[in-house]
Structures are given as C-alpha cells and as structure tokens.
Design a protein around this ligand. Structure first.
Ligand SMILES: Cc1cc2nc3c(=O)[nH]c(=O)nc-3n(C[C@H](O)[C@H](O)[C@H](O)COP(=O)(O)O)c2cc1C
Length: 221
C-alpha cells in the first residue's frame, strides 16, 4: 500500500481529507528520514597511520552508531594547495583550484565533523592548515557575496588533538582557529579530547582522554 492509496482510503465520505492524514504523512517522512544514514566527515592531520592521533580517532569512531557512514580525509595524503588569496571566491562560487571540491562536497553533506590532529607549533600541521585556509571561500561567500548560510546543513564538531607536551593550554590556538572558522561553516564545536604528554607521559593521560574521545562521538550525534 503506498501513501497515495492510504490518503484515498482515509478521505471522508464527502471527499475531504481527514486531519489525522497529515500526521500520518509526517510520521512516514520522519521514519524515512531516520532510514537515511548519518554521515561524519573526519579531517585528519597526522602523517602517522598508527600514531597517537590515529589511536585517539579510533576510540571516537568506535563509539559512533554502526549505521553512521564515515569519510576520512587525511590532509597529508590529500595534498590540498594553500590558499593564494587570488580573490576568485569574492565574485564566484568555489575556488579557482578544483582540488578542494571533494572536501567541499563531503563537508556540505556531512551531519557531523571530526577534526583529528597532532599539534605542531601550537597550530595544525601545514597540510591541514592548508585545508582550513581553503575555507576562506566560505568566508568570502558570506561577506563578499552575501550568502547566508554558506553551508546549509548545521553540524556539530569534535576536536581530537594530541601533543607531546603535558602542559595545559597547548590547544588554545587551535580551539580559537576552529571556533572562528566554524562561525561561517554552520558548525558548532561541541566536544573535545586532548591527549597531552604523548612525547613522554602518554600513559598518564591515555585512559581519561580515550574516554573523552568516546564521549565526543555521542556529543556530535
Ligand atoms: C613539527 C612538530 C611540531 C610540534 N609542535 C608541538 C607543540 O607545539 N606542542 C606540543 O605539545 N607538541 C608538539 N609536537 C609533538 C606532537 O604534537 C606529538 O608528538 C603528537 O602526539 C604526534 O601525533 P601523531 O603520532 O598522531 O603524529 C610537535 C611535533 C612536530 C613533528
């Protein structure tokens, strides 16, 4: 029985549609909506396949519902060109370089975002910084071309970082950079896990940080 035939059967004798029909259709839409798998985009900034960042990310991904589809972009493999501030995106949509197109497509489609990266000199490793600098096209879409929102689908994001030092505060610059970029990406930073002391003190912080990474998976859903 399809929706059309249900509508037909639930019409009153006078041919008017009964009000509960609307609710039934809304119920069907809701059920169908939940059948579409959620997608998470991971932007990974570590050159080490089994490094500390990869381990932290693994904890987070293991706590996602099994139905979630995950795309991982490793910035060290993606080879995204740095932004050259050419001004293209001030008057046109996209970028004059097409190497960011796939990330743009995945970003727009994603329901949630995970940034997983080691800290390099208090910031992102250069290949991941290049990825973030290319989001300047969203900034210019918003402020030069008046598009709002630039990215339609709102999403929550988690920040998973590792750093050699066991000092607190190593992640402050990255947190500020992400929050600023997310304001034009319709994205909210809702969770974080920072594995400090990976150079020498990693076991001391490991269990607690892994638990935070698993919790982050829940907080972005
Ligand atoms: C170029 C470079 C810069 C780094 N800068 C910092 C830093 O500013 N603060 C810090 O705590 N650790 C720093 N580290 C250490 C890394 O953040 C740390 O080893 C990290 O856990 C490596 O993660 P991975 O195994 O996923 O690559 C730096 C490492 C490199 C290679």
């Amino acid at each position: 029985m399809n929706i059309a035939s249900i509508e037909f059967e639930t019409k009153s004798k006078k041919g008017r549609r009964k009000p509960h029909n609307i609710f039934f259709i809304m119920f069907c839409v809701r059920v169908l909506w939940h059948m579409v798998p959620m997608t998470v985009l991971v932007l990974l900034g570590s050159p080490h396949k089994n490094g500390y960042t990869a381990q932290l990310l693994e904890q987070c991904l293991s706590a996602l519902p099994s139905s979630v589809h995950v795309d991982v972009i490793n910035a060290f493999e993606a080879g995204i060109k740095p932004c050259t501030d050419c001004g293209y995106c001030k008057s046109k949509s996209g970028c004059k370089f097409n190497d960011f197109d796939e990330i743009d497509r995945l970003l727009r489609a994603a329901d949630a975002l995970i940034i997983a990266s080691p800290i390099y000199n208090l910031s992102f490793p250069a290949p991941l910084k290049a990825v973030f600098d290319r989001t300047q096209q969203y900034y210019n879409a918003r402020f030069s071309r008046g598009i709002k929102p630039v990215i339609q689908k709102p999403k929550k994001a988690a920040m998973l970082l590792t750093c050699g030092s066991n000092e607190e505060g190593e992640a402050e610059l990255i947190r500020s950079q992400l929050k600023m970029m997310f304001t034009i990406m319709n994205t909210t930073l809702t969770a974080e896990a920072i594995w400090r002391g990976t150079d020498s003190d990693r076991e001391r912080f490991k269990a607690q940080t892994f638990a935070q990474a698993r919790m982050a998976a829940k907080l972005i859903m």
